[in-house]
Design a protein around this ligand. Structure first.
Ligand code: PAF
Length: 282
């Protein structure tokens, strides 16, 4: 596995792969890799000839300086995991390499980002779209792989690709969970023992809510019951629980026949912000 740290190095690497007729899969990450990331690398390996993983803790997508400072960084452990999963090159640039000058361009994804993560983390999707656009331009992948734990991010990236005519396919892969249901996340490393013990509640609340959607409880009832269940855990500070259209992400007053519903939540647990979601096909 080659390790690349410069934009020019990444461009040269992927350009020569393209010229050799090799299909390029890109797996953008912020590191502290877990099985969720590795399944993206494995999927890319199965579908592409060249698999580029990127590790960059992107400062422009953090609206909280402390969250950025505390984001787990374990570059040596990450590098060890990537090659066996099928990664052929790792791009791990510095902040100066990715942002030689402050960016002026601002993205606005309209209603898609007025809810959930976009509403609670101002500027977050501008930062995501900025760095993902840079990576797409530099690597020019045929496919780019993202995890569905970040459901709204996938929707925003798909919109970005459509609006800017990036010539690539977005592949979204399911959330990978611990045995007790907790969605794998780099941030889980920061949970202390009591917070970790309480964390499975997030998925329990989501699965209970999903059943209620199937049973026909109204979105308002589902939301109220989920909020009450989250509020009952003293270690947990809920940020939002949303019952939304899985495609538009807009909150639902009533279900629309034939349209999937996404249940999304964010909560703070022992000082760590976690998100999760479940999709209910209808
Ligand atoms: O999902 C992430 O890890 C990040 O938001 C991404 C897509 C790598 C952009 O920094």
């Amino acid at each position: 596995m080659q390790i690349l740290t410069t934009a020019a190095g990444l461009q040269a690497h992927t350009e020569s792969a393209r010229q050799a007729g090799r299909r390029i899969g890109l797996v953008p990450t912020m590191g502290a890799l877990h099985a969720g990331h590795l399944q993206l690398v494995q999927a890319a390996r199965a579908e592409c000839d060249e698999v580029i993983a990127t590790i960059f803790v992107n400062p422009t997508q953090f609206n909280n300086a402390e969250d950025f400072r505390l984001y787990p960084r374990v570059p040596d452990a990450d590098a060890v995991l990537l090659a066996p999963a099928g990664c052929t090159a790792l791009f791990a640039p510095s902040v100066e390499e990715m942002y030689p000058q402050p960016t002026v361009l601002r993205f606005d994804f309209g209603d898609l980002e007025r809810v959930m993560e976009g509403a609670h983390r101002p500027g977050h999707f501008n930062g995501v779209a900025t760095v993902v656009s840079k990576l797409f331009h530099l690597a020019r992948p045929h496919r780019a792989y993202f995890g569905q734990k970040d459901w709204q991010q996938v929707a925003v990236v798909r919109q970005l690709v459509a609006d800017l005519s990036f010539d690539l396919e977005i592949v979204a892969r399911p959330t990978i969970r611990e045995a007790d249901g907790l969605a794998m996340s780099s941030r889980n490393r920061r949970l202390d023992a009591p917070a970790r013990a309480a964390a499975p509640l997030l998925y329990q609340v989501l699965t209970a809510a999903a059943e209620q959607v199937q049973q026909g409880l109204s979105p308002l009832q589902v939301q109220a019951q989920a909020e009450a269940a989250l509020a009952a855990e003293p270690l947990l500070t809920p940020e939002y629980f949303a019952v939304a259209d899985a495609q538009t992400l807009q909150p639902l007053a009533a279900y629309v026949p034939g349209r999937a519903v996404v249940l999304c939540l964010a909560a703070h647990l022992g000082g760590v912000r976690l998100i999760d979601n479940v999709v209910v096909e209808r």
